[in-house]
Design a protein around this ligand. Structure first.
Ligand SMILES: Cc1cc2nc3c(=O)[nH]c(=O)nc-3n(C[C@H](O)[C@H](O)[C@H](O)COP(=O)(O)OP(=O)(O)OC[C@H]3O[C@@H](n4cnc5c(N)ncnc54)[C@H](O)[C@@H]3O)c2cc1C
Length: 370
C-alpha cells in the first residue's frame, strides 16, 4: 500500500500550486505556505472596486506549445480564446510590436518595399530574427534598418525595463521579442493561447480543492521553518533568501504598477501599448477589460514602472548574477539528499513563462514520485 507523505510547499504561485495539486491528488498531505495574503503568486487576479477583473502583477497571457500543459490546466479552467497583440507608441504613431513588416510599412513607408525584399532574401519569410543578430548584418540597408529598430524599439525600452543596454543583458531576453519577417502581428506564436474564463484565481482555487491540502496565507517560511515537520519540501521562494544571502544578494528587477479606473468605456487601441521612448517614464500600459473581453462602463488601466521598487518581477541575468546563482544552486543540489527541492522562477532564478512553470512542476513530480 502506498504510504502518504507529509509535504511542505513554500509559495502558492503557479509552480507551488501545480506541485500541490499533483501531490495531493496522488494521496499525499500537503501544507502550502504563502507569505502574501492571496494565492496565485504573480498570476493573481481579482475584481477591483469598480468590478473590473485586473491582474495585480501585470498582464498575464497564457501561451504554450506544450500540449500536456494545456491539457493539464484545461481540467481546471475554460479559456477565453485570445491572441495577444501589442502596439508601440512611436512619436505619435501606433505600430505593431514585435517589429514586423506592418511596423516597417508604418514607420518607414518610403523605404519599406526595398527593405522588406532584403529582409526576406537574407533571413527567409516568416523568420524571427533577434535584434542583436540583425545588427550584425553587413548589407548597408539592413544595417540602417537594424540601427533604426534598435534605437526605436529596443534601446530606450530596455534601459527603462532593465536599467541596462540591450548588449548587457542575456541575449535570450532581447530574443524574446524578435524582429518578425512577415505581417504576423501576434505577440506570441504558440499553438495554445488563452486567458482563463473565470480568472486565474478561480483556476487556482479549483486546483487546490482537495481535502489533502491545507493553505496558510500570510505565512513566511523563515518564521515557521524550525517548527514545521515534513518528509519532502518544495521551495519556490528566492534562493538567495533561503541561504540567508551567504554568497551575496541576487539582483532583481522590480515593478511598480499604478492602477487607475477611468470614467470612460475605452482608453487605448489595444490591450497593451508599449512606450519605448524615454519621453515616458513608464514602459507600457495595460487596459485590462480588453484582455478579458469584459463589458463595463468604466475601464481600469495599469501603468508599469520597472526599477528598484515594487514586487520582484524579473531576475537580472547578467554575468555577475549568473555567477552568484551558480554558487547557490550547488548548495541547493546538495539538499536534494534531504528531500528539499528548489523549483520555480525565484528558486531557479529564471525568466520562466507560466507554461514553463507548469511544465517544470509536472516533470519534477513525475521524476520524484514515479
Ligand atoms: C509583469 C509580469 C508579466 C508576466 N506576464 C506573463 C505572461 O503574459 N505570460 C506568461 O506565460 N508568463 C508571464 N509572466 C511570468 C509568470 O508570472 C511566471 O511564470 C509565474 O508567476 C511563475 O510562477 P512561480 O510560482 O514560479 O513564481 P511566483 O508567481 O513568483 O510565486 C512564488 C510565490 O512564493 C511566495 N514566496 C516567496 N518567498 C516566500 C517565503 N519565504 N515564504 C512563503 N512564501 C514565499 C511568493 O509570495 C509567491 O506567491 C509574467 C511575469 C511578470 C513579472
Amino acid at each position: 500500500m502506498k504510504v502518504s507523505k507529509k509535504i511542505l510547499i513554500v509559495g502558492a504561485g503557479l509552480t507551488g500550486i501545480t506541485l500541490t495539486e499533483r501531490l495531493a491528488s496522488s494521496g499525499n498531505n500537503v501544507l502550502v505556505i504563502e507569505k502574501r495574503n492571496h494565492i496565485g503568486g504573480n498570476c493573481y487576479d481579482f475584481k477591483n472596486k469598480a468590478g473590473i477583473l485586473i491582474h495585480k502583477y501585470g498582464p498575464h497571457i497564457f501561451h504554450t506549445n506544450y500540449k500536456e500543459v494545456w491539457d493539464y490546466l484545461s481540467q481546471f479552467a475554460d479559456w477565453i480564446p485570445y491572441r495577444h497583440k501589442v502596439l508601440g507608441f512611436f512619436d505619435g504613431e501606433y505600430a505593431p510590436i514585435p517589429f514586423n513588416l506592418n511596423t516597417l510599412r508604418k514607420l518607414l513607408p518610403k523605404q519599406a518595399k526595398d527593405l522588406e525584399k532584403k529582409l526576406v532574401e537574407k533571413f527567409g519569410f516568416n523568420k524571427k530574427v533577434p535584434i542583436l543578430e540583425l545588427k550584425k548584418t553587413k548589407d548597408k540597408d539592413l544595417k540602417f534598418l537594424a540601427g533604426f529598430i534598435y534605437k526605436k524599439v529596443f534601446l530606450s525600452y530596455t534601459e527603462k525595463q532593465w536599467g541596462l543596454k540591450p548588449e548587457a543583458i542575456d541575449p535570450s531576453v532581447t530574443a524574446r521579442v524578435p524582429v518578425v519577417v512577415s505581417q504576423d502581428d501576434r505577440y506570441f506564436q504558440d499553438k495554445y493561447q488563452g486567458i482563463p474564463k473565470n480568472s486565474y484565481t478561480k483556476m487556482f482555487e479549483r486546483m487546490l480543492n482537495n481535502k489533502n491540502i491545507k493553505v496558510r496565507l500570510d505565512t513566511d517560511f523563515k518564521d515557521i521553518k524550525e517548527k514545521v515537520k515534513y518528509d519532502l519540501m518544495f521551495y519556490t521562494g528566492p534562493i538567495d533568501e533561503f541561504f540567508n544571502y551567504k554568497f551575496g544578494k541576487l539582483d532583481y528587477r522590480y515593478l511598480k504598477i499604478n492602477f487607475k479606473t477611468l470614467n470612460q468605456e475605452s482608453y487605448q487601441l489595444a490591450p497593451v501599448v508599449n512606450y519605448p521612448s524615454l519621453k515616458y517614464p513608464f514602459t507600457r500600459i495595460t487596459e485590462f477589460k480588453k484582455l478579458t473581453q469584459q463589458n463595463h462602463k468604466k475601464t481600469t488601466i495599469g501603468i508599469e514602472y520597472p526599477g528598484e521598487k515594487g514586487f520582484i518581477a524579473w531576475p537580472v541575468l547578467d554575468e555577475k548574477n549568473k555567477r552568484i546563482f551558480k554558487k547557490y544552486w550547488i548548495e541547493a543540489e546538495k539538499l536534494k539528499k534531504q528531500n528539499i527541492y528548489f523549483v520555480g522562477r525565484l528558486a531557479e532564478y529564471k525568466y520562466y513563462n507560466m507554461d514553463e512553470a507548469v511544465k517544470n512542476s509536472l516533470d519534477l513530480f513525475n521524476k520524484i514520485l514515479l
